[in-house]
Design a protein around this ligand. Structure first.
Ligand SMILES: NC(=O)C1=CN([C@@H]2O[C@H](COP(=O)(O)OP(=O)(O)OC[C@H]3O[C@@H](n4cnc5c(N)ncnc54)[C@H](O)[C@@H]3O)[C@@H](O)[C@H]2O)[C@@H](O)CC1
Ligand SMILES: [K+]
Length: 466
């Protein structure tokens, strides 16, 4: 798990004041991080490396980089379309001017570029791009070359919002620490591989406390069985409430069984065709340790739903129930909610936080997840999306492993099944949401066929050898 910050300028400031590092030292290290990445990516000394620099310190990082690369590569080309404004950019440029590094005035007729380094705008982007900047980014995006962004792809602002266009990077080296702006769903298309550039000081000293965390593969804790002396009851009993669209509940039940729950029961009104290892019952069985409800529910009897919600058993709630105010009476520590953006908008309206549409939500996902967690700190929320956000107790965990292959009917039902399985096996609500989400996305990432053919059954198969 890595820490994520709303901004890092206060952390940079701490470096100057507390650790007596200067802006120049930090910048030298920022440029060094870029250099190290470039040396890994570009082996040929004759490669053409285009460094595009803006007027501020993001541009200054790029100018500094050109100096550091000069020893290794013959063809470094600096492009400063708007000149320089910040003090550091001026200082770095005056140094570079003594070194005979090639500078160009336009990229219109530039050819055979092997690598583009984007240092146009960083954390200082604070207004929409003008036409000239848009055109430059458009041109850079059309160049067939490797692409690295310094700090953040130019065009993404500090909230992760893109006004019109942004540089499309293969790799982003973000300086100092991870920032929240890198994790909006819209930004995901542009970031590429994300790495943190060290600024010449240990992470422990640079970083401060935070409430936002980036999940890593190594955070996944599978429900591996340590007990030798065990029986099926040792691993809990998951019950999935089957609604009128039965397929959803069947998928969730199967996923729950495959992810280690000792017993899985489908609660049904009349018997249905299911895998033989899933039991069927008209009621919630006595020894149930976790319940999944909401997926494919369709029309339902409110009294029956209320009775189930009244049970002091951990539950994962999905889909139809986010539109029903019945849920308002149960937003406590026993619930994991798994809405997709449209359902979360309905829920935000029900709980009186906001009346917004999906577009507004997507621009401000973190903000609304935070607001939800402030109001209902005990409840675990998992907001689906390109980057999954999980919150509990005012902490947010970001899972970036999601892939487009998961954008399919049934994926969400499998996720609910994985969550209820872990809840049944004794994981906390937060840990169930985090681990099920990691398993779900990592299985999809490992899927070795094309990105349009993943089925819920492939996910279930993948769970077996994750
Ligand atoms: N503060 C520090 O100690 C460090 C800063 N670093 C770099 O500094 C960057 C931040 O530098 P700055 O704060 O100078 O910000 P930027 O370099 O991102 O840009 C700020 C400049 O761009 C202008 N600008 C903003 N939006 C614009 C728009 N839409 N169209 C045209 N011009 C626009 C601003 O007026 C300002 O002049 C970071 O992203 C990082 O790359 C790194 O060197 C690491 C250390
Ligand atoms: K940039």
């Amino acid at each position: 798990m890595k820490k994520v910050f709303n901004e890092v300028s206060s952390l940079d400031k701490k470096c100057y004041e507390k650790y007596l590092l200067s802006e120049e030292i930090l910048m030298e290290h920022a440029a060094l991080s870029l250099k190290n990445e470039i040396e890994k990516k570009v082996k040929n000394h004759n490669s053409n490396i285009l460094i595009v620099c803006g007027v501020g310190n993001n541009g200054a990082d790029g100018i500094t980089l050109s100096r550091l690369l000069q020893n290794r590569y013959k063809n470094i080309i600096l492009y400063l379309p708007f000149g320089v404004k910040s003090n550091m950019a001026k200082i770095q440029l005056s140094r570079v001017n003594t070194l005979k590094i090639k500078q160009i005035d336009t990229i219109e007729d530039i050819k055979d570029i092997d690598l583009v380094v984007d240092c146009l705008f960083g954390s200082g982007l604070n207004k929409p791009l003008n036409n000239e900047a848009k055109k430059i980014i458009e041109n850079l995006n059309s160049i067939n070359a490797k692409k690295i962004s310094c700090d953040i792809p130019s065009g993404i602002n500090s909230e992760g919002y893109i006004y019109d266009i942004a540089f499309k990077a293969d790799t982003t080296i973000t300086m100092g620490a991870l920032k929240i702006s890198l994790f909006s769903d819209i930004a995901k298309e542009y970031i590429g591989k994300l790495k943190v550039g060290n600024l010449g000081i240990s992470d422990e000293l640079y970083e401060e406390k935070t409430n936002i965390y980036f999940l890593e593969k190594s955070d996944l804790q599978l429900p591996l069985r340590k007990e030798i002396n065990s029986h099926k009851g040792t691993f809990g009993h998951a019950c999935v409430v089957i609604g009128s669209k039965k397929g959803a509940g069947i998928l969730a039940s199967d996923a729950a069984f495959n992810f280690g729950a000792g017993l899985v029961t489908a609660m049904v009104h009349e018997e249905i065709q299911m895998p033989y290892y899933i039991m069927q019952s008209h009621n919630i069985p006595e020894n149930t340790t976790a319940i999944a409800m909401g997926m494919g529910l369709g029309l339902y009897d409110k009294i029956e739903i209320r009775k189930i919600l009244d049970l002091k058993i951990k539950k994962v709630i999905d889909a139809d129930l986010f539109y029903d105010e019945i849920i308002l009476d149960y937003l406590d520590e026993n619930l994991v909610l798994t809405p997709h953006p449209k359902e979360f908008c309905a829920l935000l309206k029900l709980i009186g936080i906001a009346n917004i549409d999906v577009n507004d939500l997507q621009k401000n996902r973190i903000k609304y997840v935070k607001e939800f967690s402030n109001k209902y700190p005990k409840t675990t929320l998992l907001l689906k999306g390109a980057n999954v956000l999980i919150s509990q107790n005012q902490k947010i965990y970001i899972n970036t492993f999601g892939t487009t292959s998961l954008s399919k009917g049934g994926s969400g039902d499998i996720l609910s099944g994985l969550i209820v399985s872990l809840l049944a096996q004794g994981y906390s609500c937060k840990d169930s949401a985090i681990n099920a989400s990691l398993a779900h996305t990592l299985v999809a990432k490992k899927y070795r066929y094309n990105n349009y053919s993943l089925t819920p059954n492939d996910l279930i198969k993948g769970i077996k050898n994750i």
